[in-house]
Design a protein around this ligand. Structure first.
Ligand SMILES: [Zn+2]
Ligand SMILES: [Zn+2]
Length: 286
């Protein structure tokens, strides 16, 4: 397993590598532009180049770019849909330029008009975006906590979405531990987790799993509310060891998105590693 975190790209996107190196991570996630503004950031060519060079030096083995929070490919508003598409396209382009492995994004929300119709709305945009993927760069849908018509709240929804794209070979999945918990999967319970991953294997194929987001949750199981908490300090607590230690995740990057108020530190990477080790040792149902 690789261990890393979402880090700031402030002062130039290549600084993200310095930041992850400083805390001892070998996987990193960045925003390629401000996540709350539509306007894309223009990265200087030297920055893109330095990112790739520093990545090799720092031995960072996984890079994800997280798309804007504003993205909603399922919006009924044509303008929002078109801005969302443009933003994702810009993210894919920067991701390719820095040699990233994945663009992770939230499909969005149908805000009540229904999942089946929403799939028809988002599929053409996703098809066009998948054209921008390469053997290295995948497009990864993140599972949703399930609030307000968010798309991808269950493995079944992700599978329908995947089928609507004819099972495109470079459509990936990013699993967020907090979102899975909030959507009703107790990821701290080995049997439940096994069952959910079997469903994912059947519906989508485990090879689509590309990234894990490791977050604890402030809100209860099945609450459908997305409130991250610092790892091991929320309702999942040390139960996150079960999630991190699952054999299906062995090769994946575990990316921390929530950390203590005093900022990210090597201790956060060590905590991930400790929980992972503990989870590996845990007896699993046969
Ligand atoms: Zn996300
Ligand atoms: Zn979240």
């Amino acid at each position: 397993m690789l261990f890393g975190a979402h880090v700031s790209a402030a002062g130039g996107i290549s600084n993200a590598i310095d930041r992850i190196e400083a805390i001892g991570g070998n996987a990193v996630q960045v925003f390629t532009q401000s996540p709350r503004m539509w306007k894309p950031t223009q990265h200087a060519p030297e920055e893109l180049e330095r990112f790739r060079v520093r990545r090799r030096e720092a031995r960072v083995r996984h890079v994800s770019c997280h798309a804007l929070y504003l993205v909603n490919l399922a919006s009924r508003d044509r303008e929002i849909r078109s801005k969302s598409f443009d933003a994702l396209q810009a993210t894919m382009e920067t991701a390719r330029e820095i040699g990233a492995d994945a663009v992770v994004f939230h499909v969005g929300s149908h805000l009540g008009y229904g999942f089946d119709d929403a799939v028809k709305v988002v599929a053409p945009a996703l098809r066009a975006l998948l054209e921008l993927t390469t053997d290295e760069l995948w497009l990864c849908v993140e599972n949703a906590a399930g609030a307000g018509g968010t798309i991808g709240r269950s493995v079944a929804e992700l599978a329908v979405l995947c089928d609507s794209l004819d099972g495109h070979p470079r459509l990936g999945v990013c699993l967020d531990s907090c979102h899975w918990w909030a959507s009703g999967i107790d990821v701290t319970d080995a049997e439940t987790l096994d069952q959910a991953l079997k469903e994912l294997e059947t519906g989508l194929g485990l090879e689509r799993l590309r990234v894990l987001h490791i977050n604890d949750s402030k809100t209860p199981l099945g609450s459908n509310r997305d409130r991250h908490d610092v790892v091991a300090r929320g309702l999942l607590g040390n139960g996150l060891a079960t999630f991190l230690g699952h054999p299906a995740f062995r090769e994946l990057p575990a990316v921390l998105e929530t950390w203590p108020e005093d900022g990210l530190s090597p201790a956060d990477m060590n905590l991930l590693r400790t929980l992972h080790r503990r989870g590996r040792r845990r007896k699993r149902p046969s």
